[in-house]
Write a protein that binds this ligand. Structure first.
Ligand code: 5GP
Ligand code: ZN
Length: 117
């Protein structure tokens, strides 16, 4: 069924507590934890408990949960004292996605003024 936990998915295992992570916030539908290989002083991943392969598919199936991901990212930034930060959704291997469970990267704590767009 769409959204069901996948036994071979790293982030489903983190949601289930089967793989440890440094969790900052947990809600009924989302989890925020530190990236294991931080690319900035603050590098947090916010994920839905539900398994969808990327953010667009999550938003199409569960728009309210997709909205909660953004709201939670904002709360994590606020708790970290970040006024300026970047949110990134890699979608597809060619865009750098390596874990195919929807997630948003929250990056901050250093100047990030270089732009790709
Ligand atoms: P992607 O490249 O798919 O957009 O992002 C996946 C992210 O997951 C990467 O930044 C990577 O460092 C992080 N990651 C991979 N394995 C683990 C893990 O076991 N624990 C945590 N906390 N992060 C992980
Ligand atoms: Zn998953």
């Amino acid at each position: 069924m769409a959204g069901e936990a996948q036994s071979d998915c790293l982030f489903c295992k983190i949601v289930a507590g089967e793989i440890p992570a440094t969790v900052l916030r947990r809600t009924e539908r989302t989890l925020a934890f530190r990236d294991i290989a931080p690319k900035a002083p603050t590098h947090v991943l916010v994920i839905p408990h539900l398994h969808y392969p990327n953010a667009a598919e999550l938003a199409a199936a569960e728009p309210a949960v997709a909205g909660e991901l953004l709201a939670e990212a904002g709360r994590v930034a606020e708790e970290a004292g970040l006024k300026d930060y970047r949110l990134i959704f890699n979608t597809g291997a060619g865009a750098g996605q390596t874990v195919f469970h929807a997630h948003v990267h929250l990056l901050g704590g250093k100047p990030m003024t270089e732009n790709m767009v």
